[in-house]
Design a protein. Structure first.
Length: 304
């Protein structure tokens, strides 16, 4: 065998060895960090049964955010409810934000605010309510509280997230001025959850969608690639979710590539399909036309 051919073979084998070693290191780092974080997190939704995916390229994930602080009068209720949809074929992410005071029908025929579903029956009950009212199929769930969200943002976006704040905000000791700026975990959280003004939940939903849009847009500027496996493992271990690890890795590849399309958003109830009602057993609620909102969701989820 010629010397030049031997050199080529040795070079190729060396490259393959490095790639395999790097892959093994990444897998081990991810799993080790994940297991370490999971050991500190009680899983509350192990009875969750998701709807079957219509395609291995499409998935719909229910995202529940809750405030687990002991002094919260709504302890156990979901503070934020979103449904994220991603089409891996078209690279199109979509986000549906559902207002927490939406007055909906529960599977047993009773009515209450949608944020009560998580307190009554966790992720499974919340999924069942979404199905009952909007015929919305859910494949997976993600549940996290405020502290986890803040920590995850700081881990993944160590340089912060650029936001053009739409107004001056003060919440939980955090002051944010109306201007373009870089926000870190806790400040970004307060910007997204503020609703103590005349707009209430309507303004908060808009800001949450603005934050999610920024996270998607700036996802290609995350931490260095070599740090990602360990950080991602730690992140996944901190949240309660049934999304398979292999699927999370596939999603990460798409978003880190920078090829994902801009986020499309929908707020529920949609315009012209709701009214305030202050005289229910649940207090002040948003009464909505369920069939019209179900139709709006169906149209939004379709490929364009």
């Amino acid at each position: 065998m010629k010397k030049s051919v031997k050199i080529v073979i040795i070079t190729v084998l060396s490259i393959l060895l490095v790639v395999v070693s790097a892959g093994c290191y990444a897998a081990i780092s991810f799993q080790t960090a994940k297991e370490e974080s999971e050991s500190k997190l009680p899983k509350k939704n192990q009875n969750f049964t998701g709807d079957e995916q219509t395609s291995d390229k499409e998935l719909t994930v229910m995202v529940v955010g809750n405030d687990s602080r002991d002094d919260d009068e709504d302890q156990g209720r979901s503070d934020t409810l979103m449904v994220a949809h991603y089409d891996g074929k078209t690279k199109q992410p979509k986000l549906i934000s559902i207002m927490r005071d939406s007055y909906v029908t529960f599977p047993d025929g009773s009515q209450d605010k949608i944020n009560a579903a998580y307190a009554y029956g966790g992720a499974q009950m919340t999924k069942d309510v979404l199905k009952t009212n909007f015929d919305l199929p859910i494949n997976y769930y993600v549940v996290m509280d405020f502290k986890e969200f803040s920590d995850i943002i700081d881990e993944l976006y160590p340089k912060g997230v650029t936001i053009d704040a739409e107004k001056d905000i003060n919440l939980d000791g955090v002051d944010i001025l109306k201007r373009k700026q870089t926000l870190h975990g806790n400040s970004l959280l307060q910007y997204a959850r503020f609703r103590m003004d005349e707009e209430g939940d309507f303004g908060r939903i808009r800001r949450q969608q603005q934050v999610m849009d920024a996270l998607v847009e700036q996802s290609k500027d995350l931490i260095p690639v070599w740090e990602l496996p360990q950080v991602a493992g730690k992140m996944v271990g901190k949240i309660d979710t049934n999304v398979p690890t292999s699927l999370l890795i596939d999603l990460a590849k798409d978003f880190l590539s920078g090829k994902v399309k801009p986020l499309e958003s929908l707020s529920v109830p949609v315009e012209g399909t709701w009214n305030f009602n202050d005289y229910t057993e649940s207090g002040s609620v948003i009464e909505l036309d369920e069939p019209k909102n179900a139709e709006a969701i169906k149209a939004f989820m379709k490929d364009k």
